[in-house]
Design a protein. Sequence first.
Lengths: 316, 280
Amino acid sequence: MPKAVIEFEKPIVELEQKIDEMRQYSERLDISGEIKILEEKVEELRKAIYNGLTRWQKVQLARHPDRPYTLDYINTIMTDFVELHGDRCVRDDKAIVGGFARLEREIVMVIGHQKGRDTKSNLYRNFGMPNPEGYRKALRLMKLAAKFGKPIITMLDTPGAFPGLEAEERGQAESIARNLFEMSHLPVPIIVVIIGEGASGGALGIGVGDRILMMENTWYSVISPESCSSILWRSWDFKEQAAEALKLTAPDLLAQGIIDRIVPEPLGGAHRDPVQGAEILKGILLEELKKLRKVRIHKLIEKRIEKFGKMGEWEE
Amino acid sequence: MAWFRRSKASIETVPQRKETPDGMWSKCDGCGEIIHRKQLELQFFTCIKCNYHFRIGSKEYLTILVDEGSFKEMDRKMRSTDMLDFKDTKQYRDRIKDSIRKTGLNDAVRTGLGKINGIEVVVGAMDFSFIGGSMGSVVGEKVARAIDKARKSKRPLIIVSSSGGARMMEGALSLMQLAKTSARLAQLSDAEIPYISVMTDPTTGGVTASYAMLGDINIAEPGALIGFAGPRVIKQTIGKDLPEGFQRAEFQLEHGFVDMVVHRKEMKETITKLLRLIWE
Ligand SMILES: [Zn+2]
C-alpha cells in the first residue's frame, strides 16, 4: 500500500483497500466471485487512469514520494557498490551520490541525484538539488571511471541545481558548463537515465551521454512547470498549462529527438512495484551497454558530439 | 555601418536599426546623466561620468571589436520555428515575428568571420533585445557552427554574451543547446584553438552554464551581472537581501570565475594582446 496518494490515484487505492477488506471476510464467507469482479474492475480502472494522464499528472507521478531514487536502483540491481565521496575541493555534496558497482558482469561507475524520503533526509540531501561541489564530485568520479576504462551510468532526478548564495559564489554555472564540456569527450561509454525529475541545467549537468533513456513517468525540460508559469504567465496558477506547453514527457522527448528510448514502468508507475521497475531498467541498461561496448572509443565520442549537434529545429 | 559588408540580398531583408525610443538622448542608468548618442558612440556606449556600460546590440559590439570592413556574417537568415506549438499568454511564433519586426534581427546572436587588429578570427555577439538574448535552437546552432568554423579554419573564437538564459518556449530542445555548444567547444579545445569569452550585462542561466563560462580566457565587462540563477530566485531561496555587488563582474573576478574585468574601450586592445601572446 503506497504511503502517499496523488489525487488521481485515489479511486484505485480506495478500490484496492475494499478488496483487502473483503479478503479478510472471505475466510468466513465465500465471496471469491465478488472479489474477482472487483479485481477486474480495479485493473480496468488502472488502465483507464494511467493511460490517460495529462502532462501535469505525469509530473506529479515523477515526483511521487514513494518513487524509487538513485540509491534504490543501485541497491536493487547492482552489487558491490562502493560509494565515493567529495569533490576534493570544498566538501561532499549529498544531493549527488556515486561510486563503482557491478551490474551483472559489468563494472560501472554509477552517479545520480539523490532525494530524501522525509523532512530529515530531504534536508540532508538538500531535496536533490546539487551545489557546484556535487557536479565537481560527479566529474571527478567520471574521470576516475575513464581512467580505469569503466562505463558510466548516470541517473537524473532533481528539481534543479540549488539557487543559493554559496552556490553562486562557488560557480554553479561553471560547474555545470564544465561537466557538459568534459562529458562530451570522455573516453568511456555513458548511459543517462532520467528516473524522476529532469529539471534544466541541474539535470543536464550529469546528463551528456551516448544513450539517453527516460523512464515512462518522468519529465525533462528547460524549466519546471511552476517556474515557467510564474515567469511567462506571471502567476503560479498555470502549471498545468505550462506542463502542456513545455511538452516534457517521455513520449514528447522521444518525438523531439532528445532521448533514444523510453524505459517502461509497471502500470501505475515505478513506485507501484519498485523491484519490477528496477529489473526492467536493468535489462535495458545491460542491452545498451553491450551495444556501446562494440563501438570504438573515438567513434563513440564523435557520435556523442554529433548526437547533441543534431538537436534543435530551425529554418534558413 | 562600415564593417558590415553585406550582399545585395541581405540589404533588402535587414531593416534599418531604429533610433532609441527617446531619440538622440539617453539617460545613464548608473548616474542619471543625459548623454547624446554621438557622444555615447565615441565613448563605446559607456558613461563618461560613472563608467556605466550601456547594453548594446551585436552590431554595435562588432563595430567596437572588429576591424572596419572585415566582418562577414554567417547564417544570417536562420530563424526559429515554433516546433512545440508553444503558447503561454502569446503564441511563440507570434513572439518571434514581433521580435524580428521590432529588432530587425532574426535571432539573438550574430556570428561571422572578421579581423581583430589584423588577426583573423571567428566572432559572435549576442543581442539581448531579441527575447532577452535567450538561447533556443537558432542561437545554439549558430554558436555551434561558429565554433566549427573556428576549428576548421583554425581561427581563434571570440563570443560576446548577453543573455537571460535558455529559451523556455523551445522546452527541452533549448536545454540541449547547452550540451550542443559545450560539446563543440570540447572539440575546439582538443584542436588547441583559443576561445575568448566576453560576458556583458547580463549573462545568466543556460548561456553562463555553457559557452560563456568555458572560455580559455573569460573576460567580463565592469558591473555586468553574471550568474546561474537570477538574483530574484536566490533572494527567495535564502529569504534575505543579497549583498552589494552580488553576481557582478567584480564578484566573479573575486571568486575566480573570470580572468579579468575589462572596460569596453579597452576590450579590443586586450583581446588583441592576448591573441598575440597565445596565438600569433
Ligand atoms: Zn553614468
